[in-house]
Design a protein around this ligand. Sequence first.
Ligand code: C2E
Ligand code: MG
Length: 623
Amino acid sequence: MELMTIAPWHARPHRGKVTSTDPAAIAPMSLVESERTFRSLFDDNPQPMFVLDLQSFRYLSVNAAALSLYGYTREEFLALEQSDLRVLGQAAQLHEDRLALAHGTKLHFRDTQHRTRTGEVIDVEINIKPLAFAGRPAAIVVVSDVTGRVRLQAELEYQALHDVLTRLPNRALFTDRLDHALARRRRDGGLLAVLFLDLDNFKTINDGLGHSAGDELLRNVAQRLSGELRARDTAARFGGDEFAVLLENIKDAAQVAQVCDRIASALRAGCHIRGTLVSVQVSIGVTYSGDASTSAELLRNADGAMYGAKAHGKACFRTYEPAMHERVAQRLTMESDLRRALDEGGLRVHYQPVLALPGMRVVGIEALVRWQHPARGTIPPADFIPMAEANGLILPLGRWVLEQACGQVRTWQREIDGLADINAAINISPRQLEDPAFVDDVRRALATSGLRPEKLVLEITESTMMRDVAAAATRLGELSALGIRLAIDDFGTGQSSLGQLRRFPVHILKVDRSFVETIGHDQVARDLLSGVVKLGESLGLDVVAAGVETREQALVVQSMGKLYVQGHLYSRPLDAEAMTAYLMTRRRVQLSQTEGVERPVASCDEHLSRRDGRRAEDQRAVL
Ligand code: C2E
Ligand code: MG
C-alpha cells in the first residue's frame, strides 16, 4: 500500500530550488535512480500488484507476488484480457470504472473475487490508482488476498447460527425462522407446529459410553430427525439433548402426530455407537401457531408440553394446553427460588432415627431434606426433588445434604454417649448416581466429616438401580469399594428380581411404607414382610421396616424377629437441634433400663409429644 503514495517515477521531476523541508532535499534522486527504486519496490513487493494500460486494457507489468497468487507465468499474465481476472467486476460496472480511472479517480474494492489460472475463485481486496507508465495512461492495481479472512468470517457467521456438533440450526436461527414463518402465516394463513424434543435416556448413554460416543449419538439423532422431515421444515438443536422442529403448512393435528411417531420410531430403532446398539427414547411437546402469537411464547408452550410428556412417563408426545402455561410459570419460579435457597441457606436437613429390634437401640439416622420457603413455608422433598432432578440442581443440593448429614451424624457419634456407631443414611437420586463426580463427592464428605465409610448408608430406590442396570452396578461397585453400605429404599415397589439384586453390592433392604401400612389387618402384607425378613436373613442383608406409625403395626413387626424399624411412632423427622434432644433422652432411657431403674418414659414422651403432637400412648408401647 505504501507504493500508492509514491508518485509515479516519471511524473514528478525534481526541478528548481529545493527547500530543506522537501524530502527530496535529503536524497535527491535522478530519474534513473527513482525508476530503479520504484521497480525494485514493485518487483520485490510481497503484495501482489500489476499495471493496467488504460487505453488497451492489457497488462503492462506484473510482480512476482501477483504471478504466484494467480499461478500464471509472466508471459501468460501479460497476455491476459482484463476480464480474465474480472478485475473491474461485471460488464456494466467495468465501463464506469474505466471512465473513473481515465479521470484520475482512485478505486477501492473491498469484496471482490478473482479467478486464478486453475479456475479457483479467490476473495480479494483491490486498490487501483491511475498513473502514467512509460508515458501512457495506466493504473497500478494492488491486490490483497483475503480468502482466509472471508472464509473465517463466513464460518463465524455460520457458527453463530448453527450448532457446531450437529450442524443443525441453533436456537437463534430457529427463532428467526419461526418469526418469519409466523409473519408469513399472518399474511397467508395456514397452520404451523413447533415440537420440542428431549431425549429421555441421553445422560445415561453419555455417561455410560463416554462423551465422544454421546457426541456421535447426538449427530446421529440430528440426521435421523432431519431424515423424517420435509425440506421446508426446520430441525434445530438447542444444546444438550434438546432439539426443536418447526413444521410449516400442516393440515391438521393428525399429520403432526404422524411426524412425532415417525421421529420416535426412527430414534427408537437405534444405531450402532462404538459397537453398541443404542436405542433412544424421546419426549416431545407440541404446540400450534394458534396457541400463541410470538415465537418466544410458542417455544415456552412447547417446552411446557414436553415437560408434560416427561411427567406422563416419558417416551411419548403431549400437546400444549393452556393449563400447562400456569404450570410452566410455576415451575420456572420454583426453579429460581430453589436455586436461591441453595445459595442462601434456605434448605434444612431433618433427621429421623432408625432403631434396632428388639431393644430399640438407635442404630442410624436418615437425613431428609426440607425447603424453608420464605412465602410458602416448609416444602417437602416430594415437591422439589423431582424438579431438582430434572434441572440438575440435585447435584449441588445432594452434595450439600451429604456434607451436612455426614458432619451432623459424626457430631452425634462424638458427643452423645453410646452413639459412636450410628449410621448416617442419605437418599441418593438417579442423577447423582449417574454423575461421574459422585464417588469423589462421597469421598470428600467422609474425609471432611471424619465419618467412617462403613457408617455411611446410601439409600437408592429400586427404580434408580433399574434405570440403567449396568451403569448403576459399576457406580455402586465403586462406592462399595470405598467401604460404604447401600440400601434399597422402597423395597417391594419396583420390579427388581432377585437375580438383579445380586448384581448390586446391597447391604440393607428398606421395606416400603405401603407394606407396613396394612400389616395390622392384611395377612398378605404380613406374609410379604416376613418373606422379606427371611430373604434378608438368607442373603445376609439387614431389613428395615419403614413407616411404622401405630402400636398395632409395631407389635406385628416386633414378632418377625431381627429387624430394624423407622417411623412416626418412634420419631418424626426432626431438625438437628430437636434430634439432639431426642437422642439424649433416648440415651437416658437406655441407661436407666440397663441400670434396672424404672423407665423414665414420660420425659421422652413429653419431649416428643410436644414436638410432634402425637399420642404419648404410642410412644410408651415401644420405647
Ligand atoms: P424416603 O427415603 O422413603 O423417606 C421416608 C419418607 O417417609 C420421608 O418423607 C419421611 O418423612 C416419611 N416417613 C417416615 N416415617 C413415616 C411414617 O411413619 N409415616 C409416614 N406417613 N411417613 C413417614 P419425606 O421426608 O417427605 O421424604 C420423601 C422422599 O423424598 C424420601 O423418601 C426420599 O426419597 C426423598 N428425599 C428426602 N430427602 C432427600 C434428599 O436429601 N435427597 C434425595 N435425593 N431425596 C430425598
Ligand atoms: Mg430413604
